[in-house]
Design a protein around this ligand. Structure first.
Ligand code: AR6
Length: 183
């Protein structure tokens, strides 16, 4: 199921598993606007990374009042084997007529922009919004792949982008869609 393809000189990989085990410059978190942690991948990242991540989140929250939907901020990666965690806030799926698709695309764009500013070479994304926030998985995969592809067409710096899929359904969707984007 795990696949790798090369697009615009960037290795794009699909891995099924736990993002907290990734060794990439950046691990992306699917956070909420409070930045105070939660369940799903957010809970896993804070648990594995330790309290330094939450301390940074609280500093950011005190300074700018959390993070808006579609926004992205970065913190230490704490005990994770990464340099930074980029926390982005995906939209809650609410039927599709509340700018959900655009907001999800904005998460990927802002996160990738931040990766560029942080001089990151590698980044691991979870499937933002497709858990507790109920965004339809297929649509979310299309948006993620589209935004990543657009970004690497225009910007150099990243050489590895990993889509970390926790569930088999997402892993299959991403593998299929990436294979066909190559053909
Ligand atoms: N590694 C990789 N992916 C994971 C992991 C993991 N360890 N754990 C879950 N996933 P979710 P959301 C997948 O619910 O939908 C939090 O409470 C999961 O299977 O984590 O953006 C935040 O604080 C799914 O495919 O995030 C927010 O309140 C994907 O990660 C809210 O949930 C995203 O699921 C955000 O909801």
């Amino acid at each position: 199921m795990d696949i790798s393809i090369e697009l615009f000189n960037v290795l794009i990989r699909v891995l099924q598993g736990d993002i907290t085990r990734c060794k990439t410059d950046i691990i992306v978190n699917a956070a909420n606007t409070s930045l105070l942690g939660g369940g799903g991948v957010d809970g896993a990242i804070h648990r594995a990374g330790g309290p330094a991540i939450l301390e940074d989140c609280i500093r950011i929250r005190n300074k700018q009042g959390g993070c808006p939907v579609g926004g992205a901020v970065y913190t230490t990666a704490g005990k994770l084997d990464a340099q930074y965690v980029v926390h982005t806030v995906g939209p809650v799926w609410n039927g599709g007529n509340h700018h959900e698709e655009e907001l999800l695309a904005t998460c990927y764009r802002h996160t990738l922009q931040l990766a560029l500013e942080l001089n990151a070479r590698s980044i691991a994304f979870p499937n933002i919004s497709t858990g507790i926030y109920r965004f339809p998985k297929e649509k979310a995969a299309e948006i993620a792949i589209q935004e990543v592809t657009r970004f690497i067409q225009k910007h150099t710096g990243l050489n590895e982008i990993i889509f970390v899929c926790f569930d088999i359904e997402n892993a299959q969707l991403y593998s299929r869609k990436l294979q066909s984007s190559k053909d």
